[in-house]
Structures are given as C-alpha cells and as structure tokens.
Ligand binder design. Structure first.
Ligand code: ARG
Length: 577
C-alpha cells in the first residue's frame, strides 16, 4: 500500500542521512485532517531532538532525499518539523487499478506473518452464555477474520469453563432433582435450575453442602458415574453453544476446555515451587509479586488449602501447552474488564516462569452492555438475557423492517435478508463503540436505516449493487478487471473517495495492531459517506464514456471494500435489500 511505500523510502532516507539511526518508530499515518495532506509523519522531530539539530531543517533534509515520483507523493515540511505527503492522483489510480485487476483489495498481506492464538467466547458449562460471552464471541471472531485476511496464521481456541467446584452442586441436583422433560426442552436452563436449587438448599442445610463436596471429590477422583454425568452435561451445553455459534457464523479450531489441563496442574504447581516462584502461605501455594509496583499486594493463589488448583493454575498450564503446541508469536485473550487483575497476574507469573519466552500476551478487555435504564443489560424477567432469544428478537424486528421497505421481494429472500440484517445489527452495535467503554443496548438505534449502523452499511452496499443490476438490465456487460485500465480521477468527489478506498489496508493494520474493530466500523461508515457524496455529484450510468466506465470502477471497488469490510466484522452482506 501507498503508506508502506512511503514509509520504506522514508526509512531509507533517514538511515542514509544519519547512520545508525533507529527507524522503528518512524511511522507514516493518514492525516487526521485532509487539508494537511494524505499522510504524515511526526517522528522526525524526536530524531532531530536526539541529534540536537533544528527539527525543521532536519525534516527538510530528509524530504530532499525523497523522490516524489518514486513515492507517488509530493512532500512538504510543516509545523515544527512534520512531513506531509500529498498523493499524486496517478499513484491512487495505480493502486486502485491493481485492486480492480484482482490483486489484494487495497491492503497488503503481512510481510512477516505471525502465529496468533485467539482465546475467546469461552462460556461455562451448565450455564447460559451471558452478554459478556456474546461480546467476547463477536469481538474475538472479528479479530480472527482480520488477522487471517492479513495473512497471519490464526488459531482460535474456545477455553470452555468445564471444570470447577460448581460440579459438586450440579451433581447433587442431577442425581436428586433432575426433570428429564425440562432437560429435553432446554438442557442449559434445567442445569441452571438444578444448580440454583442445590445452591439455595446448601445454604440452609449443611448436609447438602457436604453431599456436594463429596460428589466433587468423587468426580475429581475419577468416579465413573460422576464422570459420565459430567460428560453428559458437557455434551448438552456444547450442543446449545454450537447452535449459537452456527447462527453467528463463528467457528473454532480448537475447544480445549479447562478440564483438558487437569493432568498438568500438579506439575505446574510443583515447578513454580521448585523455582521459588510460589511458596506456602497459610496452607495454600501463593505467588507474591514483591518489587512489582502494579501487583504488589495482590498475591495470586495457585493451589488452595485443600490442594485444588484454580483458574490461574489452569491458565498457566494452558499457556505452557499453547507455547509447546503452536509456538505462537502472540496470544490474545478476549474477556470483560473484570478479569484485568487475573490476566495481569497470569502474565506476570508467566514472565518469571518462562523468562526466555518471547510470545506477546495481550488481554483484550471490554466494557459492559447496559440496558436503556443504564443498568447492566437484562431481560424483562430479570434474569440475564438469553442469547438465543435475543437473536430471535433481532430477526423478528428486522423482518418487519424488510417487509416495510421491500414488500415485493419473494418471501424466502425477505427472510434471508432479515436474518442478515438482524444478526448484523446486533454484531455491529457491539463492535462500533470503543471496546473499553460500556454501551447501551438499543433495538431502535441498532436497526436504524440511517446513521452508523449495520442496516445503513448493508443498504449502502446493496444500493451500489443496484447500479450494476440496472446496467445488466440495459444489456451492458461488466467486468471490473477488464475495465480497470479506464480508471481516471478528475473531480474532487472522485479523488476523495479514491483516497479513502486506498486507506482500507491501513485501517485493517490498525485494527490488528490495537485489537480494535471499531476502527473498521468507522472507516466503512466514512466510506459510505464519501460514496454518497460522489454519487450525488457525479452521474455514473448517464455519464459519457470513458467517464462512465471509470466511475463504474470506483463504484464497484467501493461495493467490494464495503462487502469485505462488513464480512470481516462477521456480517453477511445481501446484494439487495
Ligand atoms: N470461562 C471464563 C468466564 O466465563 C472465560 C475464560 C477466558 N479465557 C481464559 N483463558 N481465561 O469468565
């Protein structure tokens, strides 16, 4: 992409000018305001300061080493020592023509592909997925798609919560109070009921608590009956989760739940003790973070007094396994904000435990979903909302909109569109806000046909496709790759649209680097805006040749980028709406 080319040449210019300079931080980014140019770097000022030379002079000297024809842009020194780059229209044309000929669609695959493990969704067995798991699923899936498109090797792993003390109570419930008809109807709901029932009973009656403890001990000791029931619970939950994943179009390469790591837990604790990382404290094995200003005072237990390992121990074993098995460059965990301390502790212990490991560990955390009353999002009944019901409602509401908007479409097509719009709206609303802020769940907002929403963008795409339907109806034939050569950029709305199109790749890289799909949402929304402006000012089908062909190239590329972008966010994109 153009920003890569400029960056590479800029690096060469800096190293030639000052031998030994580190160019790692010399980056070229799109200008925040187009009136300053297309791209900008502000990194030369720091280099000038280091060398104690005048920053503007320094910037001018570097600029003099850049060949505008080679980088496809005019260079200008600005402000206290910025460089601004103004792209030549010819460079834009070349880039878009390459995309139109079927090379990568305005992005460049990573020059150094990385192996990235993505740990997301990870709901808990015998409990319904809660909204936190929804957000993790949608966010994690979008990140996986972006990394894959950029050419990285992505391994997705659903770290199911399938082991833990809750199974003591669940086993008592299953053996004493199971309602098989209810289990048939909605297995997860029935298991949730059993758990609640036994939990409440155990608060009144110590004998129930003791029974649960005993069942847990038996399960952990490998009792065949208890293991059999546990496997049943696992299969039933997995089945329900899978239906949701299928609806959402999300798939995992691996589903290695917590139980998978059971055989390794004792070894992890022994190893931590042997290296002096964990030590006994009141009967438990604990890692203290002396000398770590952030974690001092927040010790992490890795083995409880009763000898049981916990969430942290399991995550340490998981990390070691992933490292051994996949040699990742990066492991990303997608969970809600409440797990920040857990991951800080986990990463800190791991760094001491495997001090030579170079893997990058990232906790991609997110805020809560709120109801319109500003409180945590719940269904009307007061229970946490069930994901399946929520998706049903999204489709029902979208069906009404589609029926209103386009009553003449055949029933089956209307259904399909309603599904794409409804599910797309839920996903998009989740991905649009900065992930670290809370957002308010609003049916009206997410399904609005105007504003930064899924239906608006899906509609923007369909509207462009309708231009090509019209073209086909009038007998015109169309092939983007064959017409690419006719592209020319003449008037400002064309240029603005083209400039934005070529920044698709930059946007994807920013999403990947900062784990923020909202950058892509905003990019697509702006793209739709530039297209609207272009379409209002520049006739397409009615324009004389060769302008007509050129504008059709721009329109088709816009539709393709919109489609590709929305698909990266996990949305399906109908051709008409
Ligand atoms: N099951 C956990 C929960 O529901 C999330 C697991 C996240 N992944 C991990 N490796 N800890 O809160």
């Amino acid at each position: 992409m153009l920003h890569h080319l400029i960056e590479t040449r800029l690096h060469a210019a800096v190293t030639a000018h000052c031998l030994g300079a580190s160019v790692a931080d010399v980056r070229v980014r799109p200008c925040a305001d187009a009136k300053f140019g297309d791209y900008q770097t502000n990194a030369l000022m720091a280099l000038a300061r280091e060398r104690k030379v005048n920053p503007r002079t320094f910037a001018a000297e570097i600029a003099a080493r850049l060949d505008p024809d080679e980088i496809g842009a005019r260079v200008e020194v600005a402000g206290p020592g910025f460089l601004n780059f103004h792209l030549h229209p010819a460079a834009l044309v070349r880039t878009l023509q390459a995309a139109a000929r079927g090379e990568h669609l305005c992005f460049t695959p990573a020059s150094r592909p990385r192996t990235i493990v993505l740990d997301f969704s990870s709901p808990n067995i015998a409990k319904p997925m809660h909204v936190g798991h929804i957000r993790s699923t949608i966010l994690g899936d979008a990140l996986a798609r972006v990394f894959r498109l950029l050419g990285h090797r992505v391994i997705t792993d659903n770290h199911l919560g399938d082991w833990g003390t809750q199974f003591g109570k669940l086993l008592v419930g299953w053996k004493r109070h199971l309602d098989t008809a209810a289990l048939e109807r909605d297995a997860v709901a029935e298991m949730e009921r059993l758990y609640k029932h036994v939990h409440e009973a155990s608060e009144r009656d110590p004998a129930v608590l003791e029974a649960a403890r005993q069942e847990l001990v038996n399960l952990q000791g490998g009792d065949p009956e208890n293991l059999g029931i546990w496997r049943r619970m696992l299969a039933l939950s997995q089945h329900q989760f899978d239906r949701i994943y299928q609806r959402l179009g999300v798939r995992f390469d691996h589903t290695l739940g917590e139980s998978f790591y059971n055989p390794h837990l004792a070894g992890v604790v022994a190893d931590l003790r042997q290296r002096g990382l964990a030590r006994e404290s009141e009967g438990a094995q604990v890692v203290f973070f002396e000398g770590d200003p952030e974690l001092e005072g927040h010790p992490a237990i890795v083995q409880k007094r009763d000898g049981a390992a916990n969430y942290t121990t399991t995550d340490l074993a998981t990390l070691a396994h992933r490292l051994r098995e996949w040699q990742p460059d990066e492991i990303i965990y997608v969970t809600d904000a409440r797990q920040q301390l857990h991951f800080k502790q986990l990463f800190a212990i791991f760094r001491r435990w495997h001090s030579d490991a170079r893997v990058q560990l990232v906790h991609v955390w997110f805020g809560s979903i709120l109801g319109e009353d500003g409180k945590p999002f719940k269904a009307r009944s007061g229970d946490t909302i069930k994901l399946a019901d929520l998706l049903d409602e999204a489709e029902t509401r979208a069906r009404r909109i589609v029926a209103e908007k386009n009553p003449d479409l055949p029933e089956a097509e209307r259904e399909a569109i309603a599904r794409m719009v409804g599910l797309g709206a839920v996903k998009y609303q989740d991905l649009l806000p900065n992930r670290q802020s809370d957002y308010v769940f609003s049916w009206d907002k997410m399904l609005a046909l105007s504003g930064n929403t899924a239906p608006y963008l899906q509609y923007a795409h369909a509207r462009i496709r309708s231009i090509f339907r019209k073209l086909a109806d009038t007998g015109g034939s169309w092939r983007l790759d064959e017409t690419a050569a006719q592209l020319q950029l003449e008037v400002p709305p064309e240029l603005r649209l083209a400039r934005h199109l070529v920044n698709f790749g930059f946007t994807l890289e920013a999403v990947a680097e900062e784990h923020r799909p909202n950058y892509l949402c905003n990019y697509l929304y702006e793209l739709a805006g530039y297209f609207t402006d272009f379409y209002e000012r520049c006739p397409v089908l009615k324009a004389p040749e060769p302008t007509r062909a050129s504008r059709l190239v721009l329109a088709d590329l816009t539709a393709r980028v919109l489609r590709q972008g929305l698909e990266l966010l996990g949305l399906e994109v109908p051709d008409r709406m």
